[in-house]
Design a protein around this ligand. Structure first.
Ligand code: GDP
Length: 427
């Protein structure tokens, strides 16, 4: 039995899509375990760029089955769109290959409206959510009033439930002074989605459990990253789900003994979208350069990402919280041409305290008291996008990779030197 878990080791957008895409070649089942269409994976295959928000990137591999697990929240409109976009590209994404866990929760238009209204009401304290309705849908799930995907099996009854929940949301929207959502219209649309999507419904735990019992490889794909985790991230500037490796177990429903490998994905620098603490942020020309060369604009929202130096304090914390066996470092090519590189190797406080692990638990005010301690390394001029082995990298790039490995204390199993599937340094 073997489950491989791929998690983001920073604030999301680390390039998990390409790592999952690579590992999916060996997988029988590729399963998403958290988040919703606030995630955005970009996969480049055979010269084609594909943006997927809900469907696991494994869909590009003909032999892999794909599962949207119980821990995911699903906007059915988006799912139907993705299935159709895949079909247009000639990628089969029918119910024989793509499965939707009956326990996944459904996002309604009124969840989306509430998301925007609530964040706007926070004013200066706004979290900067993606306004996809993710937070309100998880809130309804925790309050035990949510709609589960399995209810789509009875479209007429499902439509009634949609109308009732929209009406309840409308009462809250009214308090925010926001336009209500028409319950009948929503019910009608969702009835059509239910008819379209009910063939995809499955018992996710059975699918995963049977695959593991048969000795097959299950690749578990996390969305977002460690520091956006609801428990272990920079709360309240986090998402509403478990992004960490443990989230794969709860979000898909299997036990820890089946896990054979946990791979953390990190960029060779750091980015974050939206508000919240970011100790190694660069607000100067170097930050702008990383943003432009790395095309650091959100896949889902187009928002410019904040950019900064690599922070191994975060990566050590990622290794600890997720139990990382290996690290995949992406976008090393983006750093080419910078004269000197800095890496945060510890944080210090004015009272002399020092830490080598990201101090997330006491919250953002405490975090603001810590300053990064940097080490400086020489940069490299060369184009490294053709490198396939570490030996192909210029000495300074090789030294950067080796130092990161040493600082984090986890082996680097993969280094990305370009967006293409083959632009990977493996050994
Ligand atoms: P995810 O949400 O973690 O899967 O991240 P995204 O897929 O949104 O972001 C990764 C982006 O970086 C995509 O546009 C990828 O094509 C690109 N990318 C991934 N790895 C590399 C790399 O090694 N070099 C470069 N230049 N781009 C990369």
């Amino acid at each position: 039995m073997s489950a491989i878990i791929v998690v983001g080791a920073q604030w999301g957008d680390e390039g998990k899509g390409r790592v999952v895409d690579y590992l999916a070649q060996e997988a029988h089942l590729v399963a998403r375990y958290n988040g919703g269409d606030n995630a955005g994976h970009t996969v480049v295959a055979q010269g084609r760029t594909l943006k997927l928000h809900l469907v696991p990137s494994g869909i590009l591999h003909r032999d892999a089955l794909c599962l949207i697990g119980a821990g995911v929240v699903v906007n059915p409109e988006r799912l139907v769109e993705e299935i159709e976009a895949l079909a247009e590209l000639g990628v089969a994404a029918g119910p024989e290959r793509l499965k939707l866990s009956a326990a996944a929760h459904i996002i309604l238009p009124s969840h989306r409206a509430l998301d925007g209204a609530r964040d706007a009401a926070r004013g200066q304290g706004a979290i900067g959510t993606t306004k996809r309705g993710i937070g309100p849908t998880y809130a309804d799930k925790a309050a035990r009033v949510g709609l589960r995907a399995g209810e789509m099996g009875d479209p007429a009854r499902f439509a009634e439930r949609v109308a009732a929940l929209v009406e309840e949301h409308n009462r809250r929207l009214e308090r925010y002074g926001v336009e209500p959502v028409a319950p009948d219209e929503a019910a009608e649309r969702y009835r059509a989605y239910a008819e379209r999507l009910s063939p995809y419904l499955t018992d996710g735990t059975a699918l995963v459990g049977d695959a593991l019992a048969a000795g097959k490889t299950v690749l578990c794909e996390g969305a977002q990253g460690l520091l956006l985790d609801i428990d272990h991230g920079t709360y309240p500037y986090v998402t509403s789900s478990a992004t960490v490796a443990g989230g794969a177990l709860t979000g898909l429903g299997f036990g820890p003994a089946a896990v054979s490998q946990v791979i953390g994905v990190a960029k060779a620098y750091t980015t974050r979208v939206g508000r919240g603490p970011f100790p190694t942020e660069l607000t100067d020309a170097i930050g702008d350069r990383i943003r432009e060369v790395g095309r650091e604009y959100g896949t889902t929202t187009g928002r410019p990402r904040r950019c900064g130096w690599l922070d191994v304090v975060i990566l050590r914390y990622a290794a600890r919280v997720n139990g990382l066996d290996g690290l995949a470092l992406t976008k090393l090519d983006v750093l080419s041409g910078l004269e000197r590189l800095r890496v945060a190797v510890a944080y210090e406080r004015d009272d002399g305290a020092r830490t080598e692990f990201f101090p997330a638990e006491f919250g953002v005010e405490e975090l603001a008291r810590w300053r990064p301690v940097y080490e400086e390394l020489p940069g490299w001029e060369e184009d490294i996008s053709g490198a396939r082995r570490r030996a192909d990298l210029p000495p300074a790039a090789r030294a950067y990779v080796e130092r990161v490995e040493e600082w984090v204390g986890v082996p680097l199993v993969m280094v990305g030197v370009g967006p293409g599937r083959e632009q990977t340094v493996l050994s």
